[in-house]
Structure formats: structure tokens, C-alpha cells
Design a protein around this ligand. Structure first.
Ligand SMILES: *[C@@H]1O[C@H](CO)[C@@H](O)[C@H](O)[C@H]1NC(C)=O
Ligand SMILES: *[C@@H]1O[C@H](CO)[C@@H](O)[C@H](O)[C@H]1NC(C)=O
Length: 358
């Protein structure tokens, strides 16, 4: 029985591999081992974390024109193509082109709906209650899945990626997000790879929760091998929903590859170690080796703040000058879009008197 199960699993994995990588199957087999060891690039992480931070900003004029207080430093020169605000589900994301990375960058905001404490408490009780479509045995939590697949985010993102590709050609695609935004980023990376045959998709998330079971994690890592899941010291969120090692078939299970940041030293001699973890997704010597108890470790990664300026409970601010770039649906969700071929919007921030609360 056990033997048969393994055989079925082995066949399944081979099919899975073919399913995800299509025509490149032969080439990939040769380099299979290399493929499954994404390289962690510290510089890239420090850049992408700034995008994951900027997407929390609620002033849409400043975000759309890339003039917000978090829209400088390593992300300077970024050109937004689309800014999507799902008012109904309190979600926000943008797509744009980072010429210095030669990539389309997609960033998703974390939760803004309730206090972060409430959101974390709820994470304990999230059930594996949805079968990932087309993938028997792969279970996920419906809320994480739906935040990407059943909101205005997905059509907005796909449309913007298409337009970016038409104008710029085949750029790399880098998908990022923090916390709940990391969970959404993972579903987006998988969707682009599996359903839209996008190549060169990399996903880098910061402090994301677990989103599915072991079968899902295995499926995910075959399809989007170029994924880095950064965890920070005692950050509580990567420990949730819980992993039960004595119940491996039924428990949540992280996908690889974790990179765990932790501090060593004492007093003024503290420095940060960046540990690249094993291929299991649940390396017991990484973040799982400590108790996940900290919310403050969840909020700051690489010295960058990952939350909104205030808990404004999904409020946004928008200036009439960018409204002409927007489209609103019947539910109040809207998208600001720019043609990549058009010149970048320049607004003088000094002349900008606060905007209207929407
Ligand atoms: C790391 O990423 C940066 C930014 O994209 C890039 O300039 C650099 O070449 C990368 N380093 C390696 C070793 O790939
Ligand atoms: C999608 O969302 C709607 C309401 O927002 C809900 O009624 C529907 O059941 C959801 N679909 C799935 C597949 O969960």
C-alpha cells in the first residue's frame, strides 16, 4: 500500500514537473539540482523590501507618481504602470518597471483591515479548506487564495503585465509582498508561471504566513523554484498557521527557500546573520528554532518599515489630477493605469495640498 502510494506520488511529481515547465523539460532535467537552489541576493532583497514597504502608502497620488516618502532610495526611477485598490476587500497592489533591475516589479500590501494583533490572532484558526485547482491533494486556505484569485487584483495585475511586456519585451518578473501581501505574492507568482506561461518569475516575500499543506508546498516549489521567503528573527507570522510535525499530511507547510535573518552578539556588538535554509521549507534550524513571539520583528525587515503610516482602516487619499487615470467599478474598487509609452507623470509635491479623502 505504502509502496503503491509512493509510486503514484513519483509519477505525479514527474507529471507535475512537465506541467510547470513545459517545453523546457529536457533542459531542466539536466540542471535540476541547480534549478532548485535559488541564489539569495542580499542587494536584491534590500531593494525589493523597499517596494514591499511603499505599497503600504495610502496617498495614491504620491504612489502613482512615485513621489511618496518611501519612493526613493533604491527604488528611484521606478515607473508605475498600474495601481490597483480593491476597496471591497481592503487590498492594494502595484505593477511597474524597474529599469535598474530590468524587471517588472509587482508588490502587494499586507493587511490593513483590522489591527495587526487581531489579524495575527485570527491566523491561528485558519483552516486548510480549499483544494488548489488542478492539483489533487494540494490544500490552501481560501482567504489567502481568494485575496488574489477572487478580487480585482488578479485581472489588474495580468493586464498590466501584458501591457508592460508589449512595450518593453520580455523582462524578468519580480513579485514581492510582506505578511498577507507575501501570501498573495506567492499565489500571483504561481498563477503567472502555471496559467500564463510567464518565464523568469521570481518571488521574494517578507514575513509571510504559511498558505498551504506539504503537497501544495511541493507543487509550488517545482513551479516557482526561484522563490525566497525571508523571515526575521522572532517574527510571529511565519510560525502561523501552526505546523504540526506529528501530523505531517494534514498540517500547513512552508515552501522553500527560507532565508532567516537573526541577530547575534551583545550590547553594541550586535550584527545580523542571514542564514540560507534547507530545501524542505521547514528547516528546523531556521526561524523554527526559536519561538515566534514578536510583532515588532514582523514590522521591520532590513531596517525598512513594513506597515502603513497610520492604521487608517483602508482609507485612501487621491488628488483630482490623477483621477483621470482611474477607472472605478460598481463596488468602488479602482485602478489607476498609465500607458508605458506615455511620459511619466510629474507632479510637484509642494503644490499638492493634501488631496481628497475618498
Ligand atoms: C544581486 O542583485 C543586484 C541587483 O539586482 C545585481 O546588481 C547583482 O549583480 C546581483 N548579484 C549577483 C551575484 O547576482
Ligand atoms: C468569490 O467571492 C464572492 C464574494 O466576494 C463569493 O461569494 C464567492 O463564493 C467567492 N468564490 C470562491 C470560489 O470562493
Amino acid at each position: 500500500m505504502e509502496h503503491r502510494r509512493r509510486l503514484i506520488l513519483a509519477i505525479f511529481v514527474v507529471l507535475l514537473f512537465a506541467f510547470c515547465s513545459g517545453r523546457e523539460l529536457k533542459v531542466k532535467h539536466k540542471h535540476k539540482h541547480i534549478d532548485h537552489f535559488p541564489i539569495y541576493n542580499h542587494t536584491l532583497a534590500t531593494i525589493l523590501v523597499e517596494y514591499a514597504s511603499a505599497v503600504y502608502m495610502s496617498d495614491l497620488t504620491e504612489l502613482f507618481t512615485w513621489t511618496c516618502s518611501r519612493c526613493d532610495d533604491l527604488t528611484e526611477g521606478f515607473e508605475i504602470i498600474e495601481l490597483i485598490v480593491d476597496i471591497q476587500h481592503c487590498l492594494q497592489a502595484f505593477v511597474g518597471v524597474a529599469k535598474n533591475l530590468n524587471a517588472v516589479v509587482i508588490a502587494f500590501r499586507g493587511t490593513q483591515e483590522h489591527s495587526i494583533q487581531n489579524w495575527i490572532e485570527d491566523l491561528f484558526w485558519k483552516q486548510l479548506d480549499l483544494n488548489y485547482p488542478g492539483m489533487p491533494d494540494a490544500m490552501v486556505h481560501h482567504g489567502f487564495y481568494n485575496a488574489y484569485h477572487n478580487t480585482t487584483l488578479r485581472p489588474g495585475i495580468l493586464n498590466a503585465v501584458k501591457r508592460a511586456k508589449e512595450y518593453y519585451g520580455d523582462l524578468d518578473i519580480m513579485v514581492t509582498g510582506h505578511s498577507m501581501g507575501g501570501a498573495i505574492a506567492a499565489f500571483c507568482g504561481l498563477d503567472l508561471t502555471v496559467n500564463h506561461k510567464a518565464k523568469n518569475v521570481m518571488v521574494m516575500t517578507f514575513g509571510q504566513p504559511r498558505i498551504g499543506n506539504a503537497a501544495f508546498a511541493s507543487y509550488y516549489s517545482q513551479c516557482v523554484p526561484n522563490t525566497i521567503r525571508v523571515t526575521n528573527d522572532h517574527d510571529i507570522v511565519p510560525h502561523l498557521p501552526p505546523y504540526y510535525s506529528y501530523f505531517p499530511q494534514k498540517t500547513y507547510h512552508h515552501f522553500p527557500r527560507e532565508v532567516w535573518l537573526y541577530n547575534v552578539g551583545l550590547g553594541s556588538l550586535v550584527y545580523t546573520v542571514e542564514k540560507v535554509c534547507d530545501v524542505t521549507g521547514e528547516d528546523p534550524t531556521c526561524s523554527r528554532s526559536v519561538s515566534g513571539t514578536s510583532i515588532s520583528d514582523h514590522i521591520i525587515y532590513y531596517g525598512v518599515e513594513l506597515m502603513a503610516e497610520t492604521w487608517r482602516s483602508c482609507g485612501i487619499v487621491m488628488d483630482s489630477r490623477v483621477k483621470e487615470y482611474g477607472k472605478t467599478d460598481l463596488k468602488g474598487n479602482f485602478v489607476l493605469s498609465r500607458d508605458p509609452a506615455s511620459p511619466i507623470l510629474k507632479l510637484k509635491t509642494e503644490a499638492y495640498g493634501g488631496g481628497n479623502h475618498v
